[in-house]
Design a protein around this ligand. Sequence first.
Ligand SMILES: C[S@@+](CC[C@H](N)C(=O)[O-])C[C@H]1O[C@@H](n2cnc3c(N)ncnc32)[C@H](O)[C@@H]1O
Length: 254
Amino acid sequence: MDVLSGGELRRAVVLGSVTDVQFDAIFPARIEAASRCYWTPMRVARSASELLARHGARNVLDVGSGAGKFCLVNACLAPGIQFTGVEQRPSLVRAATDAARLLSLDNVEFRLGDATTVDWHLYDAFYFFNPFAENSFPIEDQFDDTVELSRRKEHADVERVESGLLRAPIGACVLTYHGFGGRIPACYELADEVESGLSVVRAWRKRTDGRPEDGYWLELPEGGITRYEESSAERRVLRAVRAAAVDADGAEEV
Ligand SMILES: C[S@@+](CC[C@H](N)C(=O)[O-])C[C@H]1O[C@@H](n2cnc3c(N)ncnc32)[C@H](O)[C@@H]1O
């Protein structure tokens, strides 16, 4: 396989003539090998780019940016949009930053940290590629053991995202690919849906201020979405389930 220079790769992304295998060669071998399972496919990144343009996004956060593939491809395709990736693993932030340098991109940056504790008002669009699912993967399918992976963390992250989405600015656009493991508040409406890869990319737009009592959207694993209003009994059950996950993880750690 021909290895493309940074400039050639960037041009090929814009022309749509680069395969995932060619693009992934920009990463160190260990990260390249994880691409099929962990990083956004080119085709999906391109669909997302169309949706971001259609919905007027200017400042996009990738929640759990991994090696940066979503941000890098989109930054090539849309030089007028600023992309920020927040990622918990230092090795992935380094790989993403090196790749951005190689591609000479000045509209993307990568930060190390917990992406669920960002200021949700700093962005007008958010991208989720199922960032928290790894917490419940069997050990052999986890990317590595350099960060805490537990059901406790998964529930805490999902809960913070649900409440972050309630606080995001009206008009905010949320793109989901395989969801984020949680619920989209009902103050968002499904604005667009594009079949991409093995799943769909959905664009949700926040229309009004929201409250948890107004209900939620669920993205169903078998496809499709459903809206439901949570009764106070259901709210209590969910709180108990999440608390039990914390207790179970605590017990495992002893
Ligand atoms: C499925 S990968 C997606 C990567 C990237 N968004 C892409 O599409 O190419 C999910 C990433 O989210 C990261 N992650 C999970 N929880 C996180 C958190 N609370 N804060 C920051 N990163 C997180 C994981 O380390 C992993 O790299």
